[in-house]
Design a protein. Structure first.
Length: 166
């Protein structure tokens, strides 16, 4: 019985270790434009900080996550919002197409972005700085307005130790 319990715990630990491959302070892989198609051709302008959301347009938690991010990011001018989905533009739900305006953009057929960031489930979000360093990642519903404002303060220098620099 103890042996079965030990094996079960080991398997659970091993499975959670492969959930994602991002780390705070490390750079995200470049998200090459040739691997995605922007809805309505709208490519948002660069900003000091970028929220990258990984979604599936038919998922209720993804809809709620994007709405939550829109709500808490309102008025934060140095943050752009990019939403990536694996779906084609023809298959994307209408609510997602509405986010392709202003400082927000929606990229379809973004399998490369999912794969390169190691994202296996949605909703999932990542906030990066201008140098593509990860400053936050997780479920977008876990992010509060206060935390988002603290992360995107332009005068704040993020003192992040990157494990790849060791």
């Amino acid at each position: 019985m103890k042996r079965i319990l030990a094996i079960s715990i080991s398997l659970l630990c091993a499975l959670t270790a492969f959930a994602q491959n991002l780390a705070i302070g490390e750079r995200t892989p470049p998200l090459h434009p040739k691997y995605r198609q922007w809805i309505n051709g709208h490519v948002p302008q660069n900003c000091e900080y970028t929220y990258i959301g990984f979604v599936h347009s038919a998922s209720i938690p993804c809809i709620e996550g994007v709405e939550h991010i829109d709500e808490i990011a309102d008025g934060i001018d140095n943050l752009r919002i990019l939403i990536f989905t694996k779906e084609s533009e023809d298959n994307v739900s209408g609510w997602l197409k509405l986010h392709a305006a202003g400082r927000s953009g929606v990229a379809c057929r973004s399998e490369y972005a999912f794969r390169s960031c190691g994202v296996n489930y949605a909703p999932f979000g990542v906030i990066i700085d201008a140098r593509r360093r990860v400053i936050w990642f997780g479920n977008p519903k876990q992010l509060s307005r206060e935390k988002l404002m603290k992360l995107t303060q332009s005068n704040k220098k993020h003192k992040i130790k990157c494990r790849s620099l060791k």
